[in-house]
Design a protein around this ligand. Structure first.
Ligand SMILES: Cc1cc2nc3c(=O)[nH]c(=O)nc-3n(C[C@H](O)[C@H](O)[C@H](O)COP(=O)(O)OP(=O)(O)OC[C@H]3O[C@@H](n4cnc5c(N)ncnc54)[C@H](O)[C@@H]3O)c2cc1C
Length: 372
């Protein structure tokens, strides 16, 4: 009998397994695909971390905790996991997202500057920004080395005694008296507690929550600069054009290509987006449109594209909580396309909930019950 079974070993499940094992729990992690696979939401070299949050102040306690845990992980691993490039949130001057980012910075006492378009152009002439736009700049935003972080969390989980099994799809689970049984092709496992961190597949394991979840196809692309330049001093930025979507751009440093994605991308949604389809010319055109408009010098040769998936909730807020009426079952992960930066804090929260500890962060805004 295990103390806790974690279903799904993407960023959230890996973080939960690590945080559970370090607390001394006997953990079994089960993942349907291979280790480090690219069929979920957590693969890839980098993710953006933003120190101010245009999605709203509700995320700030979790974000503060995540920053503290990223620093702890760096100390423990001896690796740089967070590269502080600075970050810009750019939008039309009167956009709600800018007001949100600014409110977060002020109430959280986070270092920031509010910049008009002319100041952004002066500092970063490579960013093509018309008048009428403004930005909130946060020096502590940057890039997370996501593949390294995922690998490190799994290594740390194993070192603390967790058993992690890959290529092991969970086909069903149920309560059986005081414990939980989890079925796989290799047999049935039992535990006192269950953490479901199944990303885009969460609704297949918890049908009651499925109507609140939408799986959305995403494609990100890496493009070389047009003139061989490196964007070593350009912050990561996201820009809301005002007409549609929101681009997120990680300008290429040290000779690397620039990464770009578009929230919502081509608008392809539905259960079939768990499998998705390979990137094609329409994906490239959508991404190039963003570079052409906002960072034209990065609109060079395509290095490669990758597909990924977002799992959005109907109110776009995360789900982190125990199942109403059954605190043996914890659900984390559908993170509406911006969860990676929170992974260590969500893993910690999952471990605390599963072990019946009080949580470091108030999780009530993320409760499951709002969807049931
Ligand atoms: C293109 C893209 C760009 C992003 N950019 C950013 C960013 O810049 N900053 C940021 O903070 N966030 C970003 N995100 C969001 C972030 O990456 C995700 O929120 C996060 O990775 C989700 O992790 P997860 O563990 O919930 O999901 P996943 O990584 O999908 O993990 C869930 C796992 O559960 C497994 N699983 C499911 N069902 C079963 C089953 N029945 N049995 C066994 N295993 C199962 C799956 O195979 C999968 O490995 C981005 C996401 C994408 C797709």
């Amino acid at each position: 009998m295990h103390d806790v079974i974690v279903i799904g070993l993407g960023a959230m499940g890996s973080a939960a397994a690590w945080q559970l094992a370090r607390r001394g729990a006997r953990v079994l992690g089960l993942e349907q695909f291979g280790e480090g696979h690219d069929r979920g939401s957590s693969h890839g070299r980098t993710r953006v971390i933003r120190r101010v949050y245009s999605e709203g102040e509700v995320y700030m306690p979790l974000l503060n905790r995540a920053y503290a845990l990223w620093a702890a992980m760096e100390r423990e691993s001896g690796e740089t996991l967070l590269v502080r490039t600075g970050g810009l949130d750019i939008a039309p001057r009167d956009a709600a997202s800018l007001a949100n980012a600014h409110a977060c910075a002020v109430s959280g006492d986070v270092a920031h500057e509010v910049l008009d378009a002319a100041t952004v152009r002066l500092r970063h002439p490579e960013i093509s920004l018309p008048d009428g736009f403004a930005a909130v700049y946060a020096p502590d935003s940057g890039q997370l080395r996501s593949d390294h972080a995922n690998t490190w969390m799994r290594t740390a989980a194993r070192s603390a005694g967790a058993l992690l099994r890959f290529g092991t799809p969970v086909t069903g689970w149920r309560k059986h008296g005081t414990h939980i049984e989890v079925d796989t092709a290799a047999g049935t496992e039992s535990a006192h507690r269950l953490v479901i961190a199944a990303g885009a597949w969460a609704g297949t394991l918890l049908p009651e929550i499925d109507p609140a979840l939408t799986v959305e196809r995403q494609v990100v692309g890496w493009f070389e600069s047009v003139d061989g330049r490196s964007f070593d001093d350009t912050p990561v930025f996201q820009v809301e054009p005002g007409d549609r979507g929101r681009f997120y751009i990680q300008p290429g440093r040290g000779g690397e290509s620039t990464k770009i994605g578009l929230y919502g991308h081509l608008g392809e949604r539905g259960p079939e987006m768990r499998a998705g389809r390979p990137p094609d010319a329409a994906d490239e055109a959508a991404l190039r449109a963003g570079l052409a408009r906002w960072l034209p010098a990065a609109n060079g040769r395509l290095e490669h594209m990758e597909q990924c998936r977002f799992t959005r909730t109907t109110d776009d807020r995360f789900i982190i909580g125990t199942w109403p009426g059954d605190d043996a079952v914890t659900l984390v992960s559908p993170c509406s396309g911006h969860g990676f930066k929170f992974a260590p804090a969500i893993g910690e929260a999952a471990a605390q909930l599963a072990l019946g500890e009080s949580t470091t962060v108030d999780l009530s805004p993320f409760a499951v019950a709002r969807f049931l």
